[in-house]
Design a protein around this ligand. Sequence first.
Ligand code: ASP
Length: 329
Amino acid sequence: MKSRRKFLQKSLVSSSLLIPMSWQAESFGVGRNREKHKPLILSTWNHGMPANDKAWEVLGNSGSILDAVEEGVKVTELDLTNLSVGLQGLPDREGIATLDASIMKGDGSCGSVAFVRQIKHPISLARKVMENTPHVMLAGEGARQYAISEGFPVEKEELSPGAEKAYLEWKKTSEYKPIINIENHDTIGMIGLDANGKMAGSCTTSGLAYKMHGRVGDSPIIGAGLYVDDEVGAATATGLGESIIRICGSFLIVELMRQGRTPQEACEEAVKRLIAKNKNIENIQAGFLALNKDGEYGAYAVQPGFNFARHHRGGKSLVDAGSKFKGNG
Ligand code: ASP
């Protein structure tokens, strides 16, 4: 589909972690993915490639899958060309960029921040919430104040050039249509499995463009945008957060895997459930990405266009996920 269809819508210390430098795009068919890889790092969309590169390097250096998923998505949080993650992302309808992020380890530890302003790395703030507070989630001004107390720099509140241009264009009509696009520029969710079977995940976004001020999506909600359990597997989501929250998408996938589904089957079942529980489905895009503790993985979306980055010892690829609907070509 070529047209712009918008929808509501470490140098490597361990040579064992060296992977071929070249990569290619692949298509990911249902049923052909019984491959197993350990370690394995997956993340949503094509911006997952540079993020996974960093995560893979950090895993090779530190051996920590948690460090890997944090450092990986920080690359995207700083990517000025990406208007859906980080402070450079598209703002809410008041012209303010507000960020959501979550991080989780396979032992149940988790932390998140929602509706946070002026903090460049919400994923690192989410990790501080996980490690240094008795809480799981901080929101808004409280999250920002906590960031200051932890020594995070507070950025000037101004839109990036790309976001400002888009926002001024949007203001001409101020049409309230949350936009989910299928052009590989959405939330980054990253899930990873190390060589010893430990897992971690991260998810970070500026959320829906031109959302209502105060709107929070699925990404900082543990169980919706991200869920990780070392006993079973991990899942993350991208797309229209409201549709994902309604079905507790990531938790649902992990629970389906616990009951014996493969990651692919679990992602497909979650898409089916999402379709059943959401109206106006033709205007909704949502995509899921999952892996299990054996290193099998899967991905599936409502609409075509969803892809994910996959790094393992054998190589790295950008892979097209399957979708329930096939689109208009
Ligand atoms: N899931 C994100 C949200 O609803 C949006 C996205 O994936 O682009 O905030």
